[in-house]
Design a protein around this ligand. Structure first.
Ligand code: GLU
Length: 487
C-alpha cells in the first residue's frame, strides 16, 4: 500500500448529515480523520451536510457539535454548511454542461419511473439510456424556450475508474456499470455526489476518509473531479461497525449515540481509545492508549478492511483502565461536578479538601469501571450516617450482642490512639483480636459494616483514615446502639 506520509499539508474532513444523533460510527470516522490531521500536522475540517432540508435538524447539528466537543475532537476553520454552497454546486453542474461532460435530461420523472418498473419486472437493474436525452438542436432550443424543467446528468465516459484505496488497495469499477447519474435535479438542487465533490474541491481536501458504505459513490466522485479539472484526493474507506453478533450495529445492541455513553459515566479518553480500535490497530498488542499516544501511533496502514466489532464489555473494561491511569488531579477535576450533581458535596467543598478528595478517589477508582460507580460507592465518605445493607447485617452481624461488644471494644481501642494513622490502627485492632482470642477478620468485617453499611469496601484502614476520626468513632457507636436496641 502507499506510504503513510502525505506529500502536501493534509486536509481531511468529517462530513456528517445532521439527521440524527452523533452515532458511534460517525464519531469513529471523525476520530480517524482527526488523528490523521494531528499526526501529519494537517487540518481537520467539519462540514455539516444539510442539503436534505427535510431530514436535517438543528438539534442533530447541535448533537454533533456536543459529541465532538465532549470527545475533544476540535476542528480547524469555520464549520461549513453544505446548504450554503448550493450556488457553487449549481455553477459546477452548469460548467460540466458547457464542457459537454454533462447533458440536460428533460425526461419527466413519471417516464423514468415507468421505465424503472419495467426493467425491474424483467428482473433487470434500471440504467438511464442516454439516447432518451439525445435532442436535436432545435428540440433543445424549443424545450428551453418553453421553460421545460430538466435534470443535469453526468456523461459517464468509457473505460474504467480505479483508485488505490488506503484501506482496500486497488479498487476498479468498469464505467459501463455506472449509469449517467443525475448531478442537478430539475428543481435546481444538487445530488450528493456533486455536492460532496464540489465542497471537497473548495476545501482542498487531500484525503477522503469515510465509511466503506460510500465505496460505490467513489468512482462517480472521481469522474466528477476529473471532469471539473480538479486534483483527485486519496481515499480511505474504513469498515462498518457490527455488534457482537456480527450484525450491523443498531439500537438492538445497546446505545449507539455518543451522548448516551457520556451520560453513562464513560471517560472521553476511554471512549476515544475504544473508538480508535474499531477498525484500526497498532500492529502490536497495545490497546490502552492516551490521545497523545493514539496520535503518535496512528497510521492508515493499520486500518482494517473487515467489519469492526462493538463490544460494550470491552468499552467498560477500557474505561476502567483509563480511570486507573488518569492522573489523580485530572480525575478530581472531572469527578467533582458529578459528586455535586449526586448531592454528596459541592465542587467548592471538594476543591477546599483537594488532597482528601484525591485520596478518596484513589480508593474508589480501584473497584470502578464507570465514573458513576465511583459516585455510587462514595456515600460512606460523605454522609453522616450510613444505611446498613440487609445482607451485610445478616452475614457479619449475626450475633448482635457479641458484635456490639467487639465493636465497642474496637471503638475504645481506636479512640485511645494518639494518631489517626493506618499503621497504628492496624496494630491496635490486631492486639484487640488477640486479647479476645478471635481472628482479625472477626474485628474488621463487623467494623466494615459499621463504617460503610456494606461487606465490600476499600481497605478498612483506608476507610477509617478517609472517613476521619470523629465520624468513624461516631459511626461505630451508632452501630453499637443499633445492635443493642434494633428498631
Ligand atoms: N454525509 C455523508 C454521510 O453522512 C458523508 C459523506 C462523505 O464523507 O463523503 O454519510
Amino acid at each position: 500500500m502507499t506510504s503513510a506520509s502525505p506529500a502536501s499539508r493534509p486536509r481531511v474532513r468529517f462530513a456528517p448529515s445532521p439527521t440524527g444523533f452523533l452515532h458511534v460510527g460517525g464519531a469513529r470516522t471523525a476520530l480517524f480523520n482527526w488523528l490523521y490531521a494531528k499526526k501529519y500536522d494537517g487540518d481537520f475540517l467539519l462540514r455539516i451536510e444539510d442539503t436534505d432540508r427535510q431530514r436535517s435538524t438543528e438539534d442533530s447539528t447541535r448533537a454533533i457539535f456536543d459529541g465532538l466537543a465532549w470527545l475533544g475532537l476540535t476542528w480547524d476553520e469555520e464549520v461549513v454548511y453544505q446548504g450554503a454552497n448550493v450556488a457553487q454546486h449549481y455553477a459546477d453542474a452548469h460548467r460540466l454542461l458547457e464542457t459537454g461532460a454533462a447533458y440536460r435530461d428533460f425526461t419527466p420523472p413519471s417516464v423514468i419511473e415507468t421505465l424503472r418498473a419495467e426493467a425491474e419486472a424483467k428482473g433487470e437493474g434500471f440504467r438511464f439510456d442516454r439516447s432518451l436525452a439525445a435532442y436535436s438542436e432545435s428540440e433543445l432550443a424549443a424545450k428551453l424556450a418553453a421553460g421545460e424543467p430538466y435534470a443535469i446528468r453526468f456523461r459517464v465516459p468509457e473505460g474504467h475508474t480505479e483508485w488505490i484505496d488506503l484501506v482496500h488497495g486497488r479498487i476498479a469499477f468498469p464505467n459501463k456499470d455506472i449509469e449517467d447519474f443525475v448531478i442537478l435535479r430539475s428543481d435546481g438542487t444538487p445530488v450528493y455526489n456533486l455536492a460532496v465533490v464540489s465542497d471537497d474541491i473548495a476545501a482542498r481536501v487531500t484525503l477522503v476518509m469515510r465509511g466503506d458504505d460510500h465505496i460505490s459513490n467513489t468512482p462517480k466522485q472521481i469522474l466528477l473531479y476529473r471532469a471539473l479539472g480538479a486534483h483527485v484526493p486519496e481515499f480511505a474507506h474504513v469498515p462498518m461497525i457490527h455488534g457482537t453478533d456480527g450484525k450491523k450495529l443498531s439500537k438492538r445492541h445497546g446505545a449507539t449515540a455518543v451522548g448516551d455513553y457520556q451520560h453513562q459515566g464513560m471517560l472521553p479518553q476511554a471512549m476515544l481509545n475504544f473508538l480508535a480500535l474499531l477498525g484500526w490497530s497498532t500492529g502490536d498488542d497495545t490497546e490502552v492508549m492516551t490521545l497523545d499516544e493514539l496520535v503518535a501511533r496512528f497510521d492508515t496502514r493499520g486500518l482494517h478492511a473487515k467489519a469492526a466489532i462493538f463490544d460494550t464489555k470491552k468499552l467498560e473494561w477500557m474505561n476502567g483502565q483509563h480511570l486507573a491511569r488518569l492522573p489523580i488531579a485530572e480525575l478530581a477535576t472531572l469527578m467533582a461536578p458529578l459528586f455535586e450533581r449526586a448531592g454528596l458535596a459541592t465542587v467548592a467543598d471538594l476543591t477546599a479538601r483537594h488532597e482528601w478528595f484525591c485520596g478518596v478517589l484513589e480508593l474508589l477508582r480501584i473497584r470502578a469501571r464507570l465514573t458513576d460507580e465511583i459516585v455510587a460507592q462514595a456515600g460512606p465518605f460523605f454522609t453522616d450516617a450510613v444505611e446498613y445493607d440487609a445482607d451485610a447485617v445478616a452475614k457479619q452481624w449475626r450475633d448482635a450482642a457479641a458484635t456490639a461488644d467487639v465493636l465497642e471494644a474496637t471503638h475504645d481501642a481506636l479512640a485511645a490512639l494518639a494518631t489517626w494513622e493506618p499503621a497504628a490502627m492496624e496494630e491496635a485492632l490486631r492486639q484487640l483480636a488477640e486479647q479476645r482470642g478471635i481472628s482479625g477478620g472477626k474485628v474488621f468485617q463487623p467494623l466494615r459494616v459499621a463504617l460503610t453499611g456494606l461487606t465490600v469496601s476499600p481497605g478498612i484502614f483506608d476507610v477509617l483514615l478517609y472517613v476521619g476520626r470523629e465520624r468513624s468513632l461516631a459511626r461505630i457507636l451508632a452501630a453499637v446502639g443499633y445492635l443493642r436496641s434494633p428498631a
